[in-house]
Design a binder for this molecule. Structure first.
Ligand code: HEC
Ligand code: HEC
Length: 473
């Protein structure tokens, strides 16, 4: 764990999540302490080494030591290293008194010369950290400049501009991202997040940030993931404490007869100080989400079509249309028979997370917002319009929304006897071809504006030339 020497006063504080206020004050203080220990505040951030993030410029080892002059070699730095970059000794406990600054940097050899700051002479093999916490610090700065007014200081999707936007900016604190190329059980990959930030989300207020350098993009993405992890710990910890230590829970317990406000408070203090109680729970929460983030970065987390895209043809489009109308797949129940986004489920009354009827009929996302199935005539695909994007949307769904993952209905080649399956890999491509054709129908029928038709036409032609993963944007 490293406290960053940031010294930027005047930063706005992280706001609390909604349920924080329901806790007893002593439980609130504990939540704040945990978050402060492991994440710090915007003006005094903490880079916690338990998080699977690249928060430093890089890591290295001492390869040559002559007196106090040292040569340090780096492994895969994440940012440009120059003379003047800070180096910190990683001797188990990190202490910024052990900092030195690079005197000479040899880019070709990835080696730096510097003078040891330590009281005892360092040895060959000692580990060092370069630019400690610098990626996080740069990420925070860029985020404050470009993202915060929509996504909020804490990444709660509630910045000052947010109330005016529909859909709302993403609240990162659930760790759920919608438009990924990963399996439905996985989180977003770093590439997914940087693709969204680079391209934006068409048809929404999420802008594209094409001018960020590669290093800037790395910093922003690590910062977004860092905020997401902080928010997840906060939400889950509050959820855990609320069971026994919300104002309401404590009142109920007292009404039960055997307990008093004081005995409950004492029980809480004991649990905070017992390593097997709350500290263990905090560890468990963090271990769970960090391992999920890590496994989502593995190559096998990615959606991989078994067959290359079936070229578009009248026959394939007709097959796609047939699948689209197949009652068991339910596309039309949501998107409507004509694909206008007005299927029967959009006016049926649905249940909220607590099992109560929603006041307004229709479909809701995990964040509790009403969502409309896409109008497939618009030709606008929020998750990108490469064939692989549409394939991923159908195969893995749109996370956090009612748009389901159809991977479970797939007939995999490995099991051709599986007659319970609804679809084959080719079928998904037929659906993709049908979806691409829908705005075209309007053009043929003289209904579509050319502004809608052209990009789709381009997408179609480009993707037919090369059947897979053509970037058409
Ligand atoms: C003008 C407001 C606005 C700004 C500025 C903005 N965003 Fe967004 N962002 C949105 C909206 C709205 C969405 C949700 C769109 C949706 O749900 O389809 C979103 C979604 C996202 C997502 C979620 C993608 C997914 O697959 O779920 C990420 C990540 C994101 N933004 C990152 C950023 C970053 C990083 C910046 C700054 C570099 C930024 N945004 C700036 C409005 C904004
Ligand atoms: C339970 C309702 C539901 C069902 C069933 C459903 N969808 Fe969706 N679909 C949605 C919703 C809601 C969205 C918009 C989600 C968002 O962006 O917030 C969506 C979005 C989409 C998109 C837009 C993707 C993008 O990048 O913008 C496509 C394409 C799509 N669905 C195709 C299909 C197909 C094909 C089927 C059937 C195989 C299907 N949907 C079944 C609810 C549904």
């Amino acid at each position: 764990m490293i406290c960053l020497i940031s010294g930027c006063g005047g930063q706005p504080e992280f706001s609390h999540s909604e349920k924080f206020q329901t806790l007893k004050p002593y439980a609130q203080i504990y939540v704040d302490q945990v978050l402060d220990n492991y994440f710090g505040s915007p003006s005094d951030m903490v880079a916690w080494d338990k998080l699977p993030l690249e928060l430093h410029y890089g890591q290295g080892t001492v390869v040559e030591a002559s007196g106090r002059m040292l040569t340090v070699e780096l492994q895969a730095p994440h940012a440009e290293i120059t003379a003047g970059t800070e180096v910190l000794w990683d001797s188990g406990i990190l202490n910024d008194k052990d900092s030195a600054w690079i005197l000479e940097w040899d880019e070709a050899k990835h080696q730096a010369k510097l003078e040891s700051p330590l009281a005892t002479n360092p040895e060959v093999g000692d580990a060092v950290i370069l630019g400690p916490g610098q990626i996080l610090a740069t990420g925070r700065m860029l985020y404050a400049e470009h993202c915060q007014h929509c996504h909020g200081v804490a990444g709660d999707g509630n910045g000052p501009t947010a109330p005016y936007l529909n859909p709302r900016p993403r609240d990162y604190r659930k760790g759920i991202f919608k438009f990924t190329t990963t399996q439905s059980s996985k989180r977003a990959s770093r590439e997914d997040l940087s693709r969204i930030v680079e391209d934006g989300i068409p048809g929404t207020y999420m802008p594209s940030f094409k001018l960020l350098t590669e290093d800037e993009m790395t910093s922003i993405i690590e910062y977004v993931m860092w905020l997401s992890m902080r928010g997840e710990l906060e939400n889950q910890l509050i959820g855990l404490l609320a069971d026994s230590y919300s104002v309401e829970a404590v009142e109920d317990r007292i009404a039960g007869g055997d307990e008093t406000s004081d005995t409950i408070h004492q029980e809480f203090i004991d649990a905070v100080n017992d390593p097997d109680s709350f500290p263990f729970e905090v560890d468990t929460i963090v271990s769970r989400f960090t391992s999920e983030w890590v496994s989502s970065q593995e190559p096998d987390a990615e959606v991989q079509p078994l067959t290359p895209r079936t070229p578009s043809s009248d026959e394939s489009i007709a097959k796609g249309r047939e699948l689209y109308l197949k009652p068991s797949l339910k596309c039309a129940q949501c998107h409507g028979e004509a694909g206008l986004g007005d299927g029967s489920q959009t006016f049926a009354v649905s249940k909220d997370a607590a099992g109560q009827d929603n006041l307004t009929p229709g479909l809701y996302d995990t964040w509790g917002n009403l969502v409309k199935p896409r109008n497939l005539h618009s030709g606008i695909y929020r998750g990108g319009r490469r064939p692989i994007d549409l394939y991923s949307r159908i195969y893995a769904g749109i996370k956090g929304t009612p748009m389901p993952a159809f991977s479970s209905t797939l007939l995999r080649k490995s099991n051709p006897e599986d007659s319970g399956s609804e679809m084959t890999d080719e079928d998904i491509w037929h659906l993709v071809n049908y979806i691409y054709s829908i705005p075209f129908e309007d053009v043929k029928a003289g209904q579509g504006g050319s502004s809608i038709a052209n990009p789709v036409k381009d997408a179609n032609t480009a993707s037919e030339e090369d059947s897979e993963e053509v970037a058409v944007n």
